[in-house]
Structures are given as structure tokens and as C-alpha cells.
Design a protein around this ligand. Structure first.
Ligand SMILES: N[C@@H](CCC(=O)N[C@@H](CS)C(=O)NCC(=O)O)C(=O)O
Length: 223
């Protein structure tokens, strides 16, 4: 197993966040993007598949569900990428990314929750099972169902963006676009089945690609 490595981002100092998680993880990438978007410095340590195992007792003590990312801010230990992304935007006082107005906030969160549940589940079949052939997702039924669900869900996003875009909640970029940006990148990378044309998603992909932090952590060549 390779030794754990450390990466210090520009602006990182003794009070920086610690991010535990490999930089090629779908969910760690959201957190890295949020840090770059908000200018929050961090130190990252490699944990997860191919590096130090999430099942190490020391890691499990931080995150009993044994997944990356784990984020530690001034001794406070956090997990769940979407929740961490919202925390970081609020910590940075970025009202534009994560509004405090309850209705606007709910608009952001409803998309992030749907991504975390429905879309992520569909991607397990279509991507982890169908493309990476990763157990236990790689059985035929699960792969086919994942592909069907993914197409269904991405058609919903396509119609939503075409009618209400250019961003997930309308006129401006929010943390909902961080979660969606990773999904859309993976949508254009996943293969092994016929995908419908999705011009609104393609336009959204190009729009997000104007952001350096998305090119660094989202559309960075990885699926
Ligand atoms: N709901 C969690 C999911 C986290 C998750 O699935 N992480 C994956 C990587 S993307 C993981 O830890 N895989 C095991 C590993 O890398 O060892 C979140 O959003 O943070």
C-alpha cells in the first residue's frame, strides 16, 4: 500500500482544515472544489481505496461509516461531502453559494439531497458496477437498473436546466452546482450503454468549465 501523502493547498496554515481522503474520490473532489471556491486552505491526507484503508481503527474512530471524506476543522470532525460543502460555504460567509434565506436554502438542499440519494444510487449501478466492474455493484440486474435510473434522472436534470437554468437553482452558481457538477462530469464519462442526447447538460458542463476550481477537481480528466 502506498504511503499516505500530504498536500498543502495555497493559503493553508496551522488553522487549516484537514481533509482525509484520496483526491480522486467523487466525494472528496466536491470538498476540494468547495475549498478552492471559497479560498479556505487545507491539508489533505490520502485515505481510501489504494491508500490507507478507511477501516483502520484510527479512521473508524473518526468516521464509523468508513468512507472518505472526513474533514476536521479546529478539532471538529465531519463527514458527508454535501453537508461539508454546505458547512464550508457558510463558514466562508458565502451567502451566494449557500443562502441563509430558508426558501432559497431549501432550493439548494433539495437538489443536493436528491443527488446524494437517487443519483448516487443510480451511479453505483451504471458506473461502479457497469464501468468499473466493482463488486458488489457489478451484477447484471443492478447495472441495468442503475443505467435505466441514471438516464431517467439525467433527463429530469436536462429538462430542469433547459427550463430553469443556467445553474441548478437558476441565475447564479450555488453549492448545488458543486454536487451536480461531479454528477454531470461522470454522466459524460460513463459508457457501456446508449445515452440520450443532453444538450442542456452539455451547455451546463461548458458553463461550469469556466471555473478553475471545477477544472481542478471536477472536470479534471477523471470520471
Ligand atoms: N455519502 C458519502 C459517501 C462517501 C463515499 O461513498 N466515499 C467513497 C469514495 S467516493 C469511499 O469512501 N469509498 C471507499 C474507499 O475509497 O475506500 C459522502 O457524500 O461523503
Amino acid at each position: 500500500m502506498p504511503a499516505a501523502t500530504s498536500t498543502r493547498a495555497a493559503g493553508a496554515d496551522a488553522t487549516s482544515l484537514r481533509i482525509l481522503g484520496r483526491a480522486n474520490s467523487f466525494n472528496v473532489r466536491k470538498v476540494l472544489w468547495a475549498c478552492d471556491e471559497t479560498g479556505i486552505g487545507y491539508v489533505r491526507e490520502d485515505y481510501g481505496r489504494g491508500f490507507r484503508a478507511c477501516t483502520e481503527p484510527a479512521f473508524l474512530a473518526l468516521n464509523p461509516v468508513a468512507q472518505v471524506p472526513v474533514v476536521i476543522d479546529n478539532g471538529v470532525v465531519m463527514r458527508e461531502s454535501n453537508s461539508v460543502v454546505r458547512y464550508l460555504a457558510a463558514k466562508a460567509g458565502r451567502e451566494d453559494l449557500y443562502p441563509s434565506n430558508l426558501v432559497d436554502r431549501q432550493r439548494v438542499e433539495q437538489w443536493m439531497d436528491w443527488i446524494a440519494y437517487d443519483l448516487t444510487h443510480a451511479l453505483r449501478g451504471a458506473f461502479l458496477g457497469g464501468m468499473l466492474k466493482e463488486a458488489p455493484w457489478n451484477n447484471d440486474w443492478f447495472v441495468n437498473q442503475g443505467r435505466k435510473d441514471l438516464i431517467h434522472d439525467m433527463r429530469i436534470v436536462e429538462a430542469h436546466l433547459a427550463a430553469n437554468g443556467p445553474y441548478v437553482t437558476g441565475a447564479t452558481f450555488t453549492v448545488a452546482d458543486i454536487a451536480m457538477g461531479l454528477v454531470v462530469n461522470r454522466w459524460f464519462k460513463v459508457d457501456g450503454f446508449d445515452k440520450p442526447e443532453t444538450p442542456a447538460l452539455a451547455a451546463y458542463y461548458e458553463l461550469l468549465s469556466q471555473r478553475p476550481a471545477y477544472l481542478a477537481h471536477g472536470r479534471n480528466g477523471l470520471p
